[in-house]
Ligand binder design. Structure first.
Ligand code: GLP
Length: 241
């Protein structure tokens, strides 16, 4: 029964239906019929319709013609955003190449240690690379990988995909990442490397990549704003109302 007199009936019913969806029904399952709901909650058909249509608008329920209303199935998430530079460029029809600018063992500072679940002072490979597409600079990347996980990473050929090296040499597959993006001006250092004006925009990404064992990579990438664009699928989250 609905008994919160401060809320309109359809909002109370909506909340009750959300609880049923979250606690009792599987994705794809039918919700009870309009008639059942009017009887169960002692409300009018108009109230039932308003509550259902609000959940359909929100993406929690889906109306299937000829069948009724079912709990929405979660979408399959595209992994495109987790592509390596090499895959990303190939998918876009460009020829990737790489110049290794520096590769050395360093000790972790606080920020990277925290991101990778390490202790400041732990040893990391620091690898700085210029990434090119069709022989023109596309991005500058500086990455850190724990030496304990990848002991001889610096001896590998880092002119191709580092993700491919992590997988083939160490059996480590990056399956998840947390990425933060922002915009900035190239400034003198990146203007020189990326062959753009100092005031040119670059898109920066800070990615912490994890395998099934936890975080194993932090990379800060700076992509040329005039050559790179990002597209992503967006989905409405729970209503803020
Ligand atoms: C992208 C990501 C980086 C990642 C790199 C790996 O550029 N932003 O975080 O390190 O791909 O690319 P690859 O495997 O081609 O070296």
């Amino acid at each position: 029964m609905l008994n919160d007199s401060l809320l309109p009936k359809h909002a109370q019913l909506r909340a009750a239906l959300l609880r049923t969806i979250d606690e009792e029904l599987q994705p794809g399952a039918m919700i009870p019929s309009e008639r059942d709901l009017t009887v169960r909650y002692d409300v009018s058909r108009a109230t039932v319709r308003a509550a259902i249509s609000s959940l359909v608008n929100e993406g929690r329920l889906t109306t299937v013609p000829g069948r009724g209303t079912v709990v929405t199935r979660p979408r399959v998430e595209s992994n495109l955003h987790l592509a390596s530079f090499t895959q990303d460029m190939r998918q876009r029809g460009h020829r990737p190449s790489t110049e290794v600018l520096a590769c050395a063992v360093v000790t972790a500072g606080e920020v990277t240690a925290k991101a990778l679940g390490l202790t400041p002072g732990d040893r990391l490979w620091e690898i700085e690379r210029l990434r090119l597409a069709d022989d023109e600079p596309m991005a500058h990347e500086i990455s850190w990988y724990p030496e304990a996980v990848f002991p001889a990473l610096g001896d590998e050929d880092l002119n191709g995909s580092i993700y491919a090296v992590l997988e083939s040499t160490y059996g480590v597959v990056i399956t998840d990442a947390h990425q933060t993006t922002w915009a900035e001006q190239a400034g003198p250092t990146y203007a020189h490397l990326l062959e753009v004006a100092e005031t040119a925009p670059v898109m920066a990404f800070d990615r912490v990549g994890s395998s099934s064992e936890g975080p194993v990579e932090q990379t800060i990438s700076r992509y040329r704003g005039d050559r790179y664009q990002l597209s992503m699928g967006l989905q409405r989250g729970p209503s803020a109302r």
